[in-house]
Ligand binder design. Structure first.
Ligand SMILES: CC(C)(COP(=O)(O)OP(=O)(O)OC[C@H]1O[C@@H](n2cnc3c(N)ncnc32)[C@H](O)[C@@H]1OP(=O)(O)O)[C@@H](O)C(=O)NCCC(=O)NCCS
Length: 297
């Protein structure tokens, strides 16, 4: 398949929830656009901020299904693998891509979605502001995670110092990469995080946007991780790798016999910057009209 056609299956979307006050009417309207089981999943959260993130996550997935695959809104079926990775399961809908899959993440102010037409994709966003106030010194905080990172990774985290911000920045860059790998493969819980050791490209540039991974000490250059800063204090990482490494099948059933595009390390094709969307951008056609009208009343 041509690279330009493949690119139409690549999305990088980010929504800053601080931009949405969410009146009761708006929230109820957005919720009414989802199937019942997704509504229940959103309402399970106690705090409004969590409900907002869960709702926006599902509206992003709905927009993706409609916009990229052309699935009619009332036919979109989001399912999850037994480990929890969401995927579109619409039997009978033709998929133009060899291995269309996507992933979502929410933390702090952002909800993000990344999709890929040919490679497994996982995404993770993390705020790198201290989660507790008053914040413990970074090195104290790190002691809770000693076993999650390898000695090589800890050495690089410490190179992020001497400032607390620099240390936390580097800590969360690695965190996002680990999670993006776990979520691309769809492992969920139970993976020993030290098995995956991340290496910047180039190796000694700890501020690089790109990295690859070694699993159990074996370099895996076919895995590529792209890091971006969102706003002032969030990191997001998109990890992409070979489809055959999925824990469970999470790709949209493909009608295409085309061979997947195999990206080379350092290659930028099929990777794009995050696009910032407002909640209104997640609505489709007439829904936008309803939204605008209700806002001016
Ligand atoms: C799902 C998991 C991989 C990440 O969850 P998280 O970081 O708490 O949450 P995120 O916001 O990044 O992602 C949540 C989304 O991931 C998706 N998801 C759930 N399980 C998944 C899985 N097994 N694979 C891929 N995606 C998954 C869901 O769509 C969920 O969003 P939704 O509920 O709105 O649909 C979780 O299993 C986990 O936290 N594992 C622990 C790994 C760990 O110890 N990390 C320490 C830091 S290095």
């Amino acid at each position: 398949m041509e690279a330009s056609k493949m690119e139409s299956g690549v999305r990088r979307w980010a929504v800053d929830i601080r931009g949405w006050e969410a009146t009761d009417e708006e929230f109820a309207y957005c919720l009414s656009l989802l199937p019942e089981e997704e509504t229940l999943a959103v309402n399970r959260y106690v705090h409004l901020a969590d409900r907002k993130r869960a709702l926006i996550s599902r509206l992003l997935q709905r927009k993706l299904a409609h916009e990229v695959l052309g699935i009619p809104l009332d036919r979109i079926q989001i399912q999850r693998t037994c480990e929890g990775k969401p995927f579109l399961a619409n039997p009978g809908v033709q998929c133009p891509f060899p291995c269309f899959n996507y992933n979502v993440s929410h933390h702090g102010a952002y909800v993000v979605l990344a999709s890929d037409p040919a490679r497994l994709v996982g995404v993770d966003v993390m705020t790198h502001s201290p989660m507790r106030q008053p914040a413990p010194p970074a090195v104290e905080f790190f002691k809770n995670f000693t076993k999650c990172y390898t000695p090589y990774e800890w050495a690089n985290v410490m190179k992020g110092g001497p400032t607390e911000t620099g240390l936390l920045d580097q800590f969360y860059r690695y965190w996002c990469m680990k999670e993006a790998y776990i979520k691309a493969v769809g492992i969920g819980l139970g993976f020993e995080l030290r098995r995956a050791e991340f290496h910047y490209l180039p190796e000694n540039d700890i501020l690089s946007r790109r990295a690859t991974v070694s699993i159990d000490g074996v370099r895996r250059p076919e895995w590529i991780f792209t890091l971006d800063r969102l706003g002032e204090d969030h990191w997001v990482c998109v990890g992409r790798g070979p489809p055959e490494e999925a824990t469970s099948s999470c790709s949209f059933p493909s009608s295409s016999k085309a061979a997947p595009v195999v990206a080379q390390p350092g290659e930028s094709v099929l990777d794009i910057d995050f696009e910032f969307l407002a909640v209104e951008d997640l609505l489709i056609k007439d829904e936008k009209l309803f939204w605008r009208t209700s806002r001016t009343m």
